[in-house]
Structure formats: structure tokens, C-alpha cells
Ligand binder design. Structure first.
Ligand code: SF4
Ligand code: SF4
Ligand code: SF4
Ligand code: FES
Length: 761
């Protein structure tokens, strides 16, 4: 779209609008309500509901405003008797087969069809014929379907295709008998539930929340997702201290993700109120003994005494402090102060899987936001698999290509699904991604990189040209495959490739909801990985204070490390293999039970808001650490206020300077951390290190040729998702149950119970 302005007149008022703007958007932006069902911003046009009618001077009939592009001098009327009559007629048609069962429909109270019908009032219904009838059914463990409520707007099929690249649902049948359905009768897809979210009626429904509450009974709380680093904004609906559902519905929240959520964000919340949550502090008084429930006072005193004694005997570095990149910024900040100011240890880090220290040190340009990705002209993705690991980023990439015509250059050792959108796919041998970075930065390395990675040198040249020929934004993103040296080179791409009219923006793809915050808050300042901390267990490190847990990847090959410690304290939500080795276990509150912030892979610092009171005796991680610090003689002075902790972050952390909670309250305008952007840095040692490594790689080697199935990472059971029954079905291949009339979860659970009963008899 150009930035030229043209003049349009709407309902007698003159406006300057950008040339090429869509009329329905312009009218709404200027405050004129236009009803619509099939139009959905940033999706391909459907133009089938005919609700968005307007009168345009010099045009013979009423026009659908969703299909009209504004032209200079256009005179538009959005409200008149003629227009309302036509719209009422269309609604009457839509209701001809609609069951009008709002009192038993989960969408009742937040249904666009219901609202429109109520808004006008006195709608006639002259159809007396028998309505079409379709039985309710389940399309998957996550998606329930009441086909007769469908108004065929096809928002669901378009989001599935354009956002998700899955095309898992489609309209079948003809005329009045058309229904939305699945291929082979069962949804074998990523189960994002975006089709549910965008459905304007109660046709597609959240099967995990069905018939639980009416929407007006829920307290809606806007917060940030606690799974991946994309940081989607969501509304947690709770009632009676229990989180019942998670939506991104635009009536409640309008963040970076619009109405998008992935399967984890939408359906992963039942861990919050799960029965297995740790209820009280517990102390194991002697090694090999049992964890015994204790009061908070006793537990904190016990931890303080033991840490004090061990530090006095073995020195400050004998205490290790490790935090999870899932913690809030507030918790990480307090933990950092605890480690550095109170304990004074150099042995602190986070349980992160991708250190971005080198990237931030050499950062030569701006961090790309999700909006930048959507409107980029060229996207270069090196390693990673956003569709599975950062699904919002994956959706933005697909839309950039499909709806925006962007060029995608994909460098990956796995033919991931996003290769379908790629114009250039450099299918490299595993472990050779660094070589490609080297070649992209300097053509002199093309033949070496081509030889080791198993690609054509001409493809490398084409990839480089895709960047240098771009007028507009180029977004370069990278996954965990890149070494620290390669990250430094990528971080300098803005210096290497920027030119007049071309911006190079960078987008790292770490794994966790607060991976970026963990870097910003200093918990990764020490060049120590979690595995190195574990290697020191029982030697230099005698006691470990863990907020969160080590991941199985960290413990692999080091299974006995925790048992070598004199003292292990763990703050956790659930008991696991790490708490099994702990001397003290402290119940931590989930993200839904506390205030705070997470920083996403856009660098946006976004609010986490308390939806329900902390469960049982749990407390926010930062509160636990602050109380322990007080017991050890240092009062941080936060007086139980998360906003006081954040105010201190705003004072002490340069990238967050001046930030306060009130400045972050509007999720439509997220605030980006102010990272230090450096000029050209000397990369000769990094280049030499990569060249040495690449030269030692073999010239031959197998490539991965199989595209991973949808859900390979998304459905993998983790410490939180394994508390959600439906995820177990997905992780086990999403089996189609005997009948789709009854919840698959119910069928499989009862079948299991039957099996269990047989075994017990
Ligand atoms: S759940 Fe997501 S992927 Fe599956 S049909 Fe709906 S929109 Fe498509
Ligand atoms: S199921 Fe919902 S979103 Fe899909 S066509 Fe029907 S009414 Fe529209
Ligand atoms: S894309 Fe990431 S942040 Fe968004 S809902 Fe999914 S897991 Fe949460
Ligand atoms: S919104 Fe324009 S035709 Fe449906």
C-alpha cells in the first residue's frame, strides 16, 4: 500500500485515508460500525455473507464494503433504511437453518450472530420449513462441533489454511446442506483451536471447556502465555479460584497475536489447578529419608541455616543458584540479587537451552517484532522450527509469504513444514548451519560451505542476493543450532547488509516464555551452562538453590549429580525427578497466581497478571527468595509488591530503564526493551573459529529427509503439558475414537478404567 492520501466522504464527513485502503477497515477506523461475518482482517477475502453493505454514490446497487478499495472522492453511506433492510434480510437467511439454541450454546453471550440479532431487535423469521439437523460431534479431543449453527463464513477454513498452513477443515456438501467438516472425519492437525476462536457462532467449540460455565460468569484476566518465547497475549477465564479456559478473543484482549493461540496456549492451562500441585513446603531431614510437610517458617529457617553453614565451611562459590527461564523477570531479578549480593557466588545460571550472550554482545540492529515479520519483504530463517517451537512466529512467516508475498530463505538440516513456503531452501547436513552463516556473510566462503553442508554454491549466492536485492525489511531469525560465534556474525548482519531503503532486523528463537528476560536480568552473565553447574555438583558446589528444575536434557549423563550435593533446595509446582533428590521442596505459584512480566522474542516486556489466588500454600518465586534473603539478614525492601521489584528493575537494568507497570498496561502497544545496538565489531576471531570447525567437518554425510509430523515438538509431554489429559491423547497419535458423538477423552478414560478394573479383578 502506498502512503499517498486520498479523500473519502463517509456519512457526510470528509476524511483523508491512505490510497488503496479497504473501505470496511476505513469505516470502522473512523467510528462507523459495519456488520460483517465473513470478513476477517488479514485473511483472504470471502465476500459471502453480504452483511457489510454500504451505498456508494454513482454505483448502481449496494456494495460489499469488504471488497471495495477506497478511491479519491468516494462518497459512502453506511447507515440507511435501505441498508438495514438488506442486512436484516441477510440475517433472516442466516437464521433460516440456525437452531436458535443460545441458552445451551457455549458461545451464548459472546456470539457475533446473537449480538447482531439482538442489536437490531424485532427480527422477522418467516421461514416455517423444518430446519436442517446435524448431530453434535467431536472433531478432535480439543474441538467440538455443532454443525447446524454454521453460517458458512469460512473464517475457520481460512485461518486453518493461511495461519496454520494445515488446511485441515473444509466445507463439504452443497447449498443449504453445506457443512464444515474434516478430511476422513477426524482432525489430524496441530489442534491450535484458532478455528474455534474465529468462529463467530457456536459451531466450533472448545471441547475441553464444554458446558462448564457461561462466559459472563468468568473473571477475564489479560496475561502472557507461559509456554514459548513468542509471548502471546491471552485472557484467562477463571471462576471460583479455578482457571477454566484461555482465549485470545478480541473482545477481551488485543495483543501481538490478535486472536491467535497455539495448542499449548489455548489448551495447556489445566496444569494450573491440577491435583498434583505441591501443597506445602517439605523438608527431608536426613538423606534417604522422606519429604515431611513443614510450615513456611520452618522451611525458610532450615534452608537459611543450611546454606549459611555450607557457605561458611566451603566458601561462597560452594552455593550454586539456578533459575528457570520460565520465571518472571521479577523472580529472576530477585534471584540474581540473591546470588550476587547475598550469597556472593559466581556459580549461578539458568536452565536455558540456548545462550544468546554472544548475540546480544554483538547486536548490530533492531530486534524484529512479530509485526515486522508479517510485513517483511524477505525472511531468512537459519535452523529452528517455529511452527513447532514458536508457533506465532511460524504463523507470521506463513502470512508474510502467503498474504504479503515475502521471500522466505530457509536454511535447515530438516525439511520442516515451513519449507513449503520457502522460495530458497538450503537443505544442509546436520551441524553445518554455522558454515552457511559464514558464507552468507562473505562469498569467499561459499565453496567451503557448499562442500560441507552439501548444497550448491549457486544456492548460497541466491540466498545472499535475496537479502541484497530486497527493498524494505529483511528479518533474519535463527534457532539453537547456531554456535556463539555464528550468533555474533548474524547479530552483525545489520552492519553487513543494511543499505538505503533496506533494514535488517533480527529475531532469535529461544525456547521459553522468558528466555530473553533471563538474559536481560543478568542470570546468564556467567559463562556457565546448567550442565557445567551439574558437573561441579559435589565438588566446588556443595549446595544448590533451584527455582524451577533442570530439564531431562541437562541431566542426561549426569543422573547422579544431584545426589552428590550436600544440600538441594527446589522451588517447584510439581514433584519430579529433581524434587526427588531435594532436601527441601518449596511450593511455587504458577504464572496465573502472580503479578509480573515476561520478555518475549520481540524484546517486548509484557505483563503477567494474577488471575486466581496462589493455590494451597504456594507463593510466587520472587516472594520465596525475598523471604529467604530476609532470614539470611538482607531485606530487599519490596514489601510483598511485585510492582516494587519491577520498579527496581526499571532503575537498575539499562534495557528496562524507566519501565513501570502502568506503562505496560496496554497490550495493544507493547513496550520493547532498549537493547544496546553496537556498530561494526571485530569478528575475525569468530570467523576463524568457525572456519576451523567447518574445515574439520566431513565432506559427505546423510541428510534428514523426513519432514517431522505435526506435533513432533508441540505435543511432546513436558512437566506442564503432561498434566493435561488431552495432551496425552495427542502425544499418542491422536487416535480416532469409536464414535465422535462422545468426548474422546471420556471414551478413552472409561476404556482405561474398564481395563484397570479387569486387571484389578
Ligand atoms: S485446530 Fe487449528 S489446525 Fe486444526 S482445524 Fe482448527 S485451525 Fe486448523
Ligand atoms: S464453523 Fe464457524 S467459522 Fe467456520 S464457517 Fe461455520 S460459522 Fe464460520
Ligand atoms: S505461540 Fe507460544 S506464546 Fe503463543 S500461545 Fe503458543 S506457546 Fe503460547
Ligand atoms: S463481510 Fe463483506 S461480504 Fe461478508
Amino acid at each position: 500500500m502506498t502512503t499517498d492520501q486520498i479523500k473519502v466522504t463517509i456519512n457526510g464527513k470528509d476524511f483523508e485515508v491512505p490510497k488503496g485502503a479497504r473501505l470496511i477497515d476505513v469505516c470502522r477506523e473512523k467510528g462507523f460500525d459495519i456488520p460483517s461475518f465473513c470478513y476477517y482482517s488479514d485473511l483472504a477475502l470471502q465476500a459471502s455473507c453480504r452483511m457489510c453493505l454500504v451505498r456508494i454514490e454513482k454505483m448502481p446497487k449496494l456494495q460489499t464494503s469488504c471488497t471495495i478499495t477506497c478511491t479519491d472522492g468516494m462518497i459512502v453511506t453506511t447507515q440507511s433504511e435501505e441498508i438495514e433492510k438488506a442486512q436484516r434480510g441477510m440475517t433472516e437467511f442466516l437464521l433460516a437453518n440456525h437452531p436458535l439454541d443460545c441458552p445451551v450454546c457455549d458461545r451464548g453471550g459472546e456470539c457475533e450472530l446473537q449480538e447482531m440479532t439482538f442489536d437490531w431487535g424485532g427480527l422477522e423469521e418467516r421461514f416455517t420449513e423444518r430446519k436442517n439437523y446435524h448431530a453434535e460431534r467431536y472433531l478432535s479431543p480439543m474441538v467440538a462441533n455443532d454443525p447446524q449453527r454454521c453460517i458458512l463464513c469460512k473464517r475457520c477454513t481460512r485461518v486453518c489454511d493461511e495461519w496454520m498452513g494445515e488446511d485441515a477443515i473444509e466445507a463439504g456438501g452443497r447449498g443449504a446442506h453445506t457443512v464444515i467438516g474434516t478430511y476422513l472425519g477426524w482432525l489430524d492437525c496441530s489442534q491450535c483451536g484458532n478455528c474455534i476462536e474465529v468462529c463467530p457462532t457456536g459451531t466450533l467449540l472448545d471441547a475441553t471447556y464444554r458446558h462448564q460455565t457461561r462466559p459472563w460468569e468468568l473473571a477475564q484476566n489479560i496475561t502472557t502465555c507461559n509456554f514459548c518465547s513468542d509471548g502471546c497475549q491471552m485472557s484467562l477465564g477463571s471462576r471460583g479460584g479455578e482457571v477454566r479456559r484461555s482465549v485470545a478473543r478480541d473482545r477481551y484482549v488485543n495483543g501481538i497475536n490478535g486472536e491467535f493461540l497455539c495448542v499449548k496456549g489455548r489448551f495447556g492451562h489445566p496444569f494450573i489447578n491440577h491435583d498434583a500441585r505441591i501443597r506445602t513446603p517439605m523438608i527431608r531431614y536426613k538423606k534417604g529419608g522422606k519429604l515431611i510437610p513443614a510450615t513456611w517458617d520452618d522451611a525458610i529457617r532450615h534452608v537459611a541455616e543450611r546454606l549459611d553453614a555450607i557457605a561458611n565451611e566451603n566458601g561462597r562459590n560452594s552455593i550454586g543458584v539456578v533459575g528457570s527461564p520460565r520465571l518472571t523477570n521479577e523472580a529472576l531479578h530477585v534471584l540474581h540479587r540473591f546470588a550476587t549480593e547475598l550469597v556472593g557466588t559466581e556459580n549461578y545460571t539458568t536452565t536455558e537451552l540456548l545462550s544468546l550472550q554472544s548475540f546480544f554482545k554483538h547486536l548490530g540492529g533492531q530486534i524484529a517484532t512479530h509485526r515486522d515479520i508479517r510485513y517483511a519483504k524477505t525472511i531468512v530463517q537459519i535452523g529452528g522450527d517455529p511452527s513447532e517451537l514458536q508457533p506465532l512466529t511460524g504463523k507470521q512467516m506463513r502470512q508474510a509469504v502467503r498474504n504479503g508475498g515475502a521471500t522466505l530463505v530457509l536454511v535447515n538440516s530438516v525439511p520442516i513444514r515451513l519449507r513449503e513456503q520457502a522460495k530458497i531452501f538450503l537443505h544442509v547436513r546436520p551441524g553445518t548451519e554455522d558454515a552457511i552463516v559464514l558464507a552468507l556473510a562473505d562469498a569467499a566462503n561459499d565453496s567451503l560451505a557448499a562442500q560441507k553442508a552439501g548444497v550448491d554454491a549457486s544456492a548460497l549466492d541466491a540466498a545472499r542476493q535475496a537479502i541484497t536485492n530486497t527493498a524494505g525489511d529483511v528479518v533474519v531469525m535463527f534457532g539453537h543450532e547456531l554456535s556463539a560465534e555464528a550468533q555474533a556474525i548474524v547479530a552483525q548482519f545489520p552492519q553487513t547488509f543494511a543499505a538505503d531503503g533496506r533494514r535488517i532486523l533480527l529475531h532469535p528463537l529461544p525456547f521459553f516464555n522468558n528466555s530473553i528476560g533471563a538474559h536481560d536480568l543478568g542470570m546468564m552473565d556467567q559463562p556457565l551452562s546448567p550442565r557445567q553447574i551439574l558437573d561441579k555438583a559435589g565438588a566446588e558446589i556443595r549446595a544448590l538453590y533451584l527455582a524451577g528444575s533442570f530439564l531431562p536434557e541437562h541431566l542426561e549423563g549426569r543422573e547422579d549429580a544431584l545426589s552428590k550435593l550436600d544440600f538441594l533446595v527446589v522451588q517447584e509446582l510439581f514433584e519430579n525427578e529433581v524434587t526427588a533428590a531435594a532436601d527441601v521442596v518449596l511450593p511455587a505459584a504458577s504464572y496465573a497466581e502472580q503479578d509480573g512480566t515476561f520478555t518475549n522474542n520481540d524484546g517486548f516486556v509484557q505483563r503477567v497478571r494474577q488471575s486466581i489466588p496462589p493455590l494451597h500454600q504456594s507463593k510466587p518465586d520472587w516472594v520465596i527468595v525475598a523471604q529467604l534473603a530476609q532470614e539470611l539478614g538482607l531485606d530487599f525492601g519490596y514489601a510483598m509488591s511485585a510492582s516494587a521489584v519491577f520498579r527496581e528493575i526499571g532503575e537498575k537494568v539499562p534495557a528496562y530503564s524507566g519501565m513501570r507497570y502502568p506503562l505496560l498496561k496496554d497490550e495493544t502497544n507493547p513496550v520493547q526493551a532498549k537493547y544496546t545496538v553496537v556498530g561494526p565489531t571485530d569478528l575475525s576471531s569468530e570467523v576463524a573459529a568457525i572456519r576451523d570447525r567447518v574445515q574439520s567437518l566431513p565432506d559427505t554425510g546423510e541428510k534428514v529427509t523426513v519432514t517431522p509430523e505435526v506435533g513432533t515438538e508441540l505435543f511432546r509431554l513436558g512437566g506442564l503439558t503432561d498434566k493435561v489429559a488431552q495432551f496425552h491423547l495427542l502425544a499418542n497419535g491422536n487416535p480416532r475414537p469409536d464414535t465422535t458423538a462422545v468426548s474422546p477423552l471420556y471414551q478413552i478414560t472409561t476404556a482405561d478404567e474398564r481395563k484397570l478394573a479387569q486387571i484389578e479383578n
